[in-house]
Design a protein around this ligand. Structure first.
Ligand code: 4AD
Ligand code: MG
Length: 461
């Protein structure tokens, strides 16, 4: 007989049938005639109640059934006569697989703070909160692939180690095999010709540049992989290692790009409400941040579009006391983004046509020569979840922008080749996966939606 998952066992189909389930004990309670265990196995938000009659002769095992221990239970599923759960298993055999010392087990029945749980990231997936978050993450990851695969996009694998700085922001982690005690130097500067790759190498900040060459041969592609930013910002929405989804489409302009981003988000909102009902409800009850209904509504609405210039005008009109100055030409800070989403629009919004000086070199210059064909998708509470643009497909203009922004033309000759040989209008965007999960789960801190958060000064686990 095979082990069943709790998510599958809890159904009328198994009533009266013998089942085997395995899991970890949340609690144990004993009465005169019975011992009761609550166990979970990560397959569902639900826990399973196991009732062990004392005559079952398991007393030695019951002694070892402490919170945190792992168990294998064989018994019959039945409707529970008591309140609190619909089904329960009446155990015939119980085996403690791995014991747990209740005096030392860090997860106690009383609620723990999210900060404390971050210190035990290796055990927090056993809690209701993190079980819910990681199951939601899984459903969303699968939905990402389904969305693009259904539309004929190829999943491409862009490199993790690269020699270019796609965003041009200099927030790069170096990759080197130099012996730090003895770094080779020539004319008083580091001699990278002696390093592993013969020149400076970094962890990628984005797979976009490579996705562009793949799109300009294969049509429509997307990446879904880890990206790294050595950005020294200790905020609730920045990670040093995060996952990004970057579609890139040939023969597409900014309008097509925005449409794709909207369709994509709507699809993800729909999938998650269909497949994670229990998880979303649990998180809403626990944290009172976002309801499954709100997310479900998002899957139907059209997003509001405004230009950067209109956003600046709205911010200027407001009576808010912003920490950062509001001036045409300055980047929107998260306080500004939140004002626009939460107070002006009251929902997700796409902001377009940002000043060229605050955006990356590859974005297509608009006819006004001051702004670029960029778009950011902002959502309430979180702010920017998508950044994208139409790409500059005109060789001379791109070269000029690279020169002005200090991007190495020598290093990116291959990128310019795409404009030399069969250039076409093309566009794409990047969705920050953790920002999406953060928005949908309502978690305040992005560190709580990824198993092992990496942030400045933090690399446990
Ligand atoms: O706006 P960004 O920097 O855009 C790019 O990287 C483009 N190459 C994307 C493209 O056009 N293919 O980053 C895209 C998204 C942001 O909107 C945000 O959601 C997320 O990535 N992001 C981060 N998420 C967590 N921690 C960080 N430090 C992040 N930086 C960006
Ligand atoms: Mg951005």
């Amino acid at each position: 007989m095979e082990r069943l998952l709790i998510k599958d066992v809890l159904s009328d189909k198994f009533i009266g049938k013998q089942v085997i389930v395995c899991g970890w004990i949340r609690t144990k309670r004993e009465s005169k005639d019975f011992a009761f265990l609550i166990i979970s196995d990560g397959s569902t938000q639900d826990t399973l109640q196991v009732v062990i009659p004392h005559e079952a002769n398991c007393s030695e095992q019951i002694q070892k059934c402490n919170t945190g221990a792992s168990v294998k239970i064989k018994g019959f599923l039945r409707e529970s006569p008591a309140k609190g759960q619909r089904y329960e298993v009446e155990a015939q055999e119980i085996e403690v697989i791995g014991e747990s010392d209740p005096a030392k087990y860090p997860l106690q029945k009383k609620g723990h703070t999210l900060e404390f749980l971050r210190e035990i990231s290796h055990l927090r997936p056993r809690t209701n909160t993190f079980g819910a978050i990681f199951r939601i993450r899984n459903v969303l990851a699968n939905a990402v692939h389904n969305f693009f695969q259904d539309r004929g996009f190829l999943w491409v694998h862009t490199p993790i180690i690269t020699s270019s700085d796609c965003e041009g922001a200099g927030e790069l982690f170096s990759v080197t095999t130099f012996d730090f005690k003895n770094i080779p130097r020539k004319d008083d500067v580091v001699d990278f010709s002696q390093d592993f790759f013969g020149k400076p190498a970094y962890l990628t900040v984005s797979g976009q540049l490579e996705a562009e060459f793949l799109a300009l041969s294969l049509g429509n592609v997307y990446t879904f992989g880890p990206t790294f930013r050595a950005e020294n910002s200790n905020t609730t929405r920045h990670l040093s290692e995060f996952w990004m989804i970057e579609p890139e489409m040939a023969f597409a302009d900014l309008k097509d790009d925005m449409k794709m981003a909207e369709d994509f988000l709507r699809y993800l909102f729909k999938e998650v409400t269909l497949k994670c009902e229990k998880e979303l409800l649990f998180l809403q009850n626990q944290y009172k941040r976002i309801s499954p209904d709100e997310i479900s509504k998002l899957s139907d609405i059209a997003f509001t579009h405004i230009t950067y210039t209109e956003a600046i005008n709205e911010l200027k009109k407001s009576k808010e006391n912003f920490q950062f100055p509001v001036d045409w030409g300055n980047d929107l800070q998260s306080e500004h983004e939140r004002y626009i989403t939460d107070k002006v629009i009251g929902g997700p919004v796409i902001v377009t046509d940002y000043p060229k000086d605050i955006k990356a070199f590859y974005m297509r210059l608009n006819d006004d020569e001051k702004t670029v064909a960029a778009m950011d998708v902002l959502v309430p509470k979180v702010g920017e979840i998508i950044g994208g643009s139409q790409r500059e497909e005109r060789l001379e203009i791109l070269e000029e922008r690279m020169r002005k922004t200090g991007i190495s033309i020598d290093n990116l000759q291959w990128y310019l080749d795409l404009r030399r040989f069969g250039s076409v209008p093309h566009a794409g965007f990047g969705l920050g996966f953790e920002r999406l999960v953060q928005y949908i789960t309502g978690m305040i801190n992005i560190r709580d939606v990824i198993p092992c958060p990496r942030t400045p000064g933090e690399i446990g686990f």
